[in-house]
Design a protein around this ligand. Structure first.
Ligand code: PEP
Length: 260
């Protein structure tokens, strides 16, 4: 059965690799990408290597010949200013990015990002012309306490609080249960599908069922070549946000192929 929405598979390289390895990995993905025209592929390298990767992807301000897009892992909510160490959304666009991950659980947990901060970043990213990949997800403690729905609802609505309904079709959402990130513990396809359906319902409540039906929702958390196909078979799982497995071209491409 054809997919309802075009799949999107993004690699979050986090704080890994060096310039040469980043270039080699991007080149390997770019070489295989033309075989997967039904999947949007996105690579999110560490900020210092965005230029390297843009070069390897043949980008000149967007989607290059390879068809693989570039994304940031975070951005500031201001366009410029005295914010040492930060990256403005417009700067990401300037080096060829089309996407930016926002509200990743590591940013929330380790760097104190709140829903209000993420909300401001989402609006700034959109204003600069980026597609935000807005991350939400519960911790193990929250899941075990039966609070998954409440936590994901608060994060999603809070992170999109200032976003006009008309802009909702311009975002991607990533559901990433914190307990599954980097742990090797993947959510079952049923657990993931249940939360994805919840997220879609929340998006509908902010706009309409028709708008929500067009928004892509990725799953993230220990996605690997051997569990991707099952996740991909669920109706509301439209792709993956991949951490560890995105550092190996073959694994990342096998995951992408599961969504093709
Ligand atoms: C992530 O960090 O977004 C992620 C999903 O990591 P991993 O695939 O390694 O669990």
């Amino acid at each position: 059965m054809p997919r309802r929405r075009k799949a999107i598979v993004a690699g979050n390289w986090k704080m890994h690799l060096d310039a040469a390895k980043a270039r080699a990995l991007a080149s390997a993905v770019a070489a295989a990408a033309p075989r997967m025209p039904t999947v949007d592929l996105v690579l999110c390298p560490p900020a210092p290597y965005l230029g390297e990767v843009a070069g390897a992807l043949g980008l000149s301000g967007g989607r290059g010949a390879s068809g693989v897009a570039l994304g940031g892992q975070n951005c500031h909510h201001k366009e410029s200013g005295a914010f040492t160490g930060e990256v403005a959304p417009g700067m990401l666009v300037d080096v060829g990015c089309r996407y930016c991950i926002l509200g990743h659980s590591e940013r929330r947990a380790l760097f104190g990002e709140t829903d209000a901060m993420i909300d401001a970043k989402v609006q700034a990213a959109l204003a600069a012309g980026l597609t935000p990949i807005v991350c939400v997800g519960e911790s193990l403690e929250e899941r075990e306490a039966g609070r998954t729905e409440a936590v994901v609802t608060a994060q999603l609505l809070g992170s999109l609080a200032g976003l006009p309904a008309a802009d909702l079709p311009r975002i991607v959402v990533a559901y990433e249960p914190v307990w599954a990130i980097g742990t090797g513990k993947v959510a079952t396809p049923e657990q993931a599908q249940e939360v994805h359906a919840l997220v879609r319902g929340l998006l509908a409540s902010r706009s309409s069922a028709a708008v929500a039906d067009g928004i892509r929702i990725q799953y993230g958390g220990s996605v690997k070549p051997d569990n991707a196909a099952e996740l991909a078979s669920r109706p509301d799982i439209d792709g993956a946000l991949v951490g560890g497995a995105s550092l190996k071209a073959d694994d990342f491409l096998a995951i992408a192929a599961a969504f093709a």
